[in-house]
Design a binder for this molecule. Structure first.
Ligand SMILES: *Cc1c(COP(=O)(O)O)cnc(C)c1O
Length: 368
């Protein structure tokens, strides 16, 4: 039995309803900042429970533009997680700012207790990453941010509908960014992102920033970017957004099923699962003894298991100018050697999950 990682073929098995809407859009020519985008932004804001949602060109821009909106620029430092996806770092660095990394906890999120000692006079913002769909201790982080008068911009790209203490990802900071990339929980047919905020002034700035800083056809208010979510992608988003609650529920159910069964396999360690967090399993990741051999065993059995990530971002060649070396973030390093991700999406069948569990069980049984 093959267990694939990408489910996009299943998700869009019948594209006709979306194509019918796109056909209508084409007839209007309303391709940029069009009516479908206005509708999608309204629905997304309602989904998260915020005042404003602003569609942008990518998840990366859904982080970069809010950072810019709160004044981040050249020479500033932004505190973020050492174990994140490159896009977090890219968003910070594109503004000429420097990412200052903090190590992770075994829940894959920022170790909030280490944030304060990373603060310097140049620190201008904190960007926690809700990695895998998990969340760090947000009340504690907010306390630290308030004490030092620093804005929080949340990287919620993997965490749509995740919650800490009953409060949604993206609503803790001054703004939060979500990705609509095809592999994310709520996705479109290409690149896309959306930033959320309850702050009217930040929302107004984001709307300017994504559209060349144009106040209107003739007037440029500030220097901005070309980073609009296409009307066409908003059509796809509008079609999918009513399914977000079900997608989330199914991923949580699949994650719980894995936890129950993997929890009985010595060789596999389930990450810590705080009851304060509603984690939405963008990724289902465990710690595995002899990870590389297990990974190969799974691939040989037709299971598309993945490693997020074998080389932590802080040690990547392209970031060598930041001057980090192996061992700077030991928890992140340990995760790089031990984590393995299994498909957990809403289209995964129970049979496929059982095959994954059985394959892992068999691997460890054979070596004892
Ligand atoms: C996907 C993702 C992003 C944004 O990526 P895009 O490809 O630009 O949408 C940012 N941070 C994290 C943690 C992500 O997983």
């Amino acid at each position: 039995m093959k267990v694939r990682y990408s489910y996009l073929g299943q998700q869009f098995a019948d594209p006709d309803p979306v194509l019918a809407e796109i056909k209508k859009l084409v007839a209007t020519g309303d391709f940029t900042l069009g009516k479908p985008l206005v509708e999608f932004e309204k629905r997304f804001a309602d989904l998260i429970g915020v005042k404003h949602a602003i569609g942008v060109g990518s998840g990366t821009d859904a982080l970069k533009l809010p950072l810019k909106a709160v004044g981040i620029g050249h020479g500033d430092e932004v505190i973020t997680a050492a174990n994140t996806f490159i896009a977090t770092v890219g968003a910070i660095a594109e503004l000429g700012a420097r990412p200052v990394f903090v190590d992770a906890l075994d829940n894959f999120c920022l170790d909030v207790s280490q944030v304060e000692k990373a603060i310097t006079p140049r620190t201008k913002a904190i960007m926690p990453v809700h990695f895998t769909g998990e969340m760090p201790d947000m009340p504690e982080l907010v306390k630290i941010a308030k004490k030092h008068n620093l804005p929080i911009v949340e990287d919620a790209c993997q965490a749509i509908l995740a919650e800490c203490d009953g409060r949604r990802a993206g609503t803790w900071g001054v703004a939060g960014g979500f990705s609509l990339h095809p592999l994310k929980n709520l996705n479109v047919w290409g690149d896309g992102g959306i930033a959320v905020t309850n702050d009217d002034a930040v929302a107004a700035r984001l709307r300017l920033l994504r559209n060349h800083g144009m106040a209107n056809r003739d007037e440029i208010e500030i220097l901005g970017y070309n980073s609009r979510l296409d009307s066409l992608q908003a059509v796809v988003g509008n079609w999918l957004i009513p399914q977000t609650a079900d997608i989330t529920a199914k991923r949580i159910e699949n994650g719980a099923y894995y936890d129950r069964h993997f929890g009985q396999i010595s060789g596999v360690t389930i990450p810590s699962r705080s009851p304060r967090i509603k984690r939405v399993f963008h990724l289902y990741m465990v710690f595995a003894e002899d990870r590389d051999a297990l990974h190969k065993h799974c691939l040989d059995a037709g299971i598309s298991a993945k490693v997020h990530y074998p080389i932590p971002v802080y040690r990547q060649r392209g970031l060598s100018h930041f001057g980090h070396k192996l061992g700077d973030f030991p928890v992140t390093d340990r995760q790089a050697d031990r984590v393995l991700s299994f498909p957990v999406d809403q289209h995964l069948s129970r049979e496929e999950q059982d095959h994954v569990i059985e394959t892992v069980r068999e691997f460890y049984a054979r070596r004892r």
